[in-house]
Design a protein around this ligand. Structure first.
Ligand SMILES: [Zn+2]
Ligand SMILES: [Zn+2]
Ligand SMILES: [Zn+2]
Length: 153
């Protein structure tokens, strides 16, 4: 009999397997592991932090490729933290290959440097002058996250 955690793991696996298949990606352990870690966190995660959590199970080059593929396919979006390090968060279901729709505000904590997606705060569409082409818009709100704020009280 499966334990409760194994059951949850199995259900999540099914979800991620479907996500990979929908994007015509082969289901591989590194891809599933990265999806598990990222979906478990409420903050975006950098490649070095992912490396630490993955340990020796996934090498650096593989991880780099997994992240690049996921970003290209509209599975993950990239946000730069206050140090300019790229962090990754899951996309909304509206994203697809080459078309991201993560036009929400990102909150970055100035104390712990965590990046949060504020999905409810949409960035208004931007009307560019004639001849310009938009690739991405980023709006960061910087302050203290609830955790760090609690520590300073
Ligand atoms: Zn996206
Ligand atoms: Zn913080
Ligand atoms: Zn986001």
């Amino acid at each position: 009999m499966l334990s409760a955690t194994e059951n949850t793991q199995g259900a999540a696996d099914d979800k991620f397997v479907r996500l990979l298949r929908r994007n015509k990606l082969k289901v591989t352990q590194p891809r599933l592991r990265v999806l598990h870690i990222i979906s478990d966190k409420d903050t975006a995660i950098s490649q070095p932090d992912l490396e630490k959590l993955l340990g020796n199970s996934v090498d650096r080059v593989t991880l780099y490729r997994v992240l690049a593929t996921f970003e290209e396919k509209g599975i993950l979006h990239k946000i730069f933290d206050l140090h300019g390090t790229a962090t990754y968060a899951l996309c909304s279901t509206a994203c697809d290959e080459h078309h991201h729709h993560d036009e929400h505000v990102h909150f970055i904590c100035s104390s712990c440097n965590s990046v949060y997606c504020l999905d409810d705060f949409k960035i208004p569409s931007i009307n560019l002058p004639e001849g310009y082409q938009l690739h991405s818009v980023g709006v960061n709100a910087v302050g203290l996250c609830a955790h760090c704020r609690a520590l300073t009280k």
